[in-house]
Design a binder for this molecule. Structure first.
Ligand SMILES: Cc1cc2nc3c(=O)[nH]c(=O)nc-3n(C[C@H](O)[C@H](O)[C@H](O)COP(=O)(O)OP(=O)(O)OC[C@H]3O[C@@H](n4cnc5c(N)ncnc54)[C@H](O)[C@@H]3O)c2cc1C
Length: 406
């Protein structure tokens, strides 16, 4: 099929690697070029805040594919190579050495990058961000050497880094503007479960607190809040969210909103150009809106769907968002998407940290989370997709099977 065509994938991480793999498993026998600026072959990032950061998992376990996979499948992996620009008219990409490569179809899977702090002292040594494997290596060493770690931000990255740093034996403080960790996604009640979890593990929590500056004489020595107090720490880890890496798309003139705008077939505004993973602001038919999802499963699955659409299969991406997090002994999975809910229903015991939680709007379940309870994901997804109006009392009652509510 399609010999003589060149499919170029920019961004050699999870979405890009799964797209390349799928092109081959779907029988494409043209040229596949996977270009990534990182020197590592594609790897998975979730362990970078968890087992890998704690030194419990070797790098060899992070890679998306075995070492010989790309050569064995005739995928040209150009690691350590940045794409500088995309010329939509000429259907070419320009690499950092100035060479140009023509594409028949193009996938942009350029991911996201940590938002940088713009504050006095933000450039001091001792201020760190986490996105890449090398960042995690350096952070592990820095945590071990630090006398105290201050984490700015209590989203997923900040919360998981704080947990791992405690598990590595460091003294840890969190400073965040929200009233509870993970408030934006989970709300006050379930975020409160994480607040208590961190507090029980000895994290010094400074919530509802804004940072004004990083202080230090030649290196970070603490974080000054807008109230004027200084939270001391010689390692400052910033976890204040990510921005989509849409700079190539922007310069090329593709439609952007919250990332690269794509339809449910992951097609951008330009013919034969697709986007997937953290960078894609994709139309989700279940929620009837575009959603940019910054999670592992989305990169994994959209990469595969994008490849099918590059092959002209008209495969709509219809999956619900899904993510997971592990902090100390609390593991959770979250299915769905709730940005604006009017009720949270809990089934189980939050104080024992074994429960299900549901985010509802107008009586319908938008999203559900299972915390230290497993094998509930399919039932939660079915409940969301059914669009059924549910009785909150029955939803909270563990004796009522979730399937009976759809
Ligand atoms: C530390 C950490 C922990 C995480 N933990 C979880 C978790 O527990 N659960 C969960 O669901 N998700 C988690 N995630 C999120 C998940 O890892 C991401 O959603 C996923 O990595 C997105 O994959 P991607 O392929 O879309 O983009 P990325 O992984 O960001 O990869 C994009 C790649 O494109 C490259 N690139 C960008 N521009 C260019 C260019 N011009 N030329 C060449 N290459 C380029 C980048 O260098 C990068 O290698 C975590 C993320 C991080 C950083």
């Amino acid at each position: 099929m399609a010999t003589g065509q060149t499919f170029v994938i920019v961004g050699a991480s999870l979405a890009g690697a799964k797209a390349a793999e799928t092109l081959r498993t779907e029988g494409f026998n043209g040229r596949v070029v996977l270009i990534g600026e990182e020197t590592e072959r594609p790897y998975e990032r979730p362990p970078l805040t968890k087992e890998y950061l704690r030194g419990e998992k070797p790098a060899a376990k992070l890679y998306v594919h075995e070492e010989g996979f790309y050569a064995d499948h005739d995928i040209e992996l150009l690691s350590g190579t940045r794409v500088e620009s995309v010329d939509l008219g000429a259907r070419e990409v320009t690499l950092q050495d100035g060479s140009r490569m023509a594409y028949s179809r193009l996938l942009l899977s350029t991911g996201a990058t940590p938002r940088r702090l713009v504050l006095p002292g933000a450039d001091l040594p001792g201020v760190r961000y986490l996105r890449r494997m090398a960042d995690s290596d350096e952070l592990r060493a820095a945590i071990t050497a630090a006398s105290r770690v201050v984490v700015i931000g209590a989203g997923w990255i900040g919360s998981e880094v704080a947990a791992s740093a405690r598990q590595l034996g460091a003294e840890v403080a969190i400073v965040a503007p929200n009233a509870v960790p993970l408030e934006r996604v989970l709300g006050l009640q379930i975020g409160g479960v994480y607040r208590d979890l961190h507090a029980e593990h000895g994290v010094d929590l400074h919530l509802s607190t804004q940072v004004e500056a990083i202080v230090g004489n030649g290196a970070a020595q603490g974080v000054r809040t807008t109230e004027g107090s200084v939270i001391e720490g010689d390692l400052v880890v910033v976890g204040t969210g990510v921005s989509p890496r849409d700079e190539l798309a922007r310069a090329a003139g593709l439609a952007l909103e919250n990332g690269i705008v794509v339809d449910e077939f992951l097609r951008t505004s330009a013919p034969d150009v697709f986007a997937a993973g953290d960078v894609a602001d994709a139309w989700n038919p279940a929620y009837k809106k575009r959603i940019r999802v910054e999670h592992w499963a989305n990169a994994l699955n959209q990469g595969q769907t994008a490849a099918r659409n590059m092959l002209g299969q008209d495969a709509a991406y219809t999956k619900l968002p899904y993510f997971f997090s592990d902090q100390y002994d609390l593991g959770m999975e979250y299915n769905g998407y709730a940005a604006d809910w009017d009720r949270v229903v809990i089934r189980g015991d939050t104080s024992r940290r074994a429960f299900l939680a549901f985010w509802l709007r107008n009586g319908r379940v938008l999203a559900g989370m299972n915390a230290n309870i497993w094998d509930q994901g399919d039932a939660i997804k079915a409940l969301i997709l059914s669009g059924a109006t549910v009785d909150a009392g029955r939803l909270a009652d563990p004796s009522v099977p979730l399937a009976d509510l759809t």
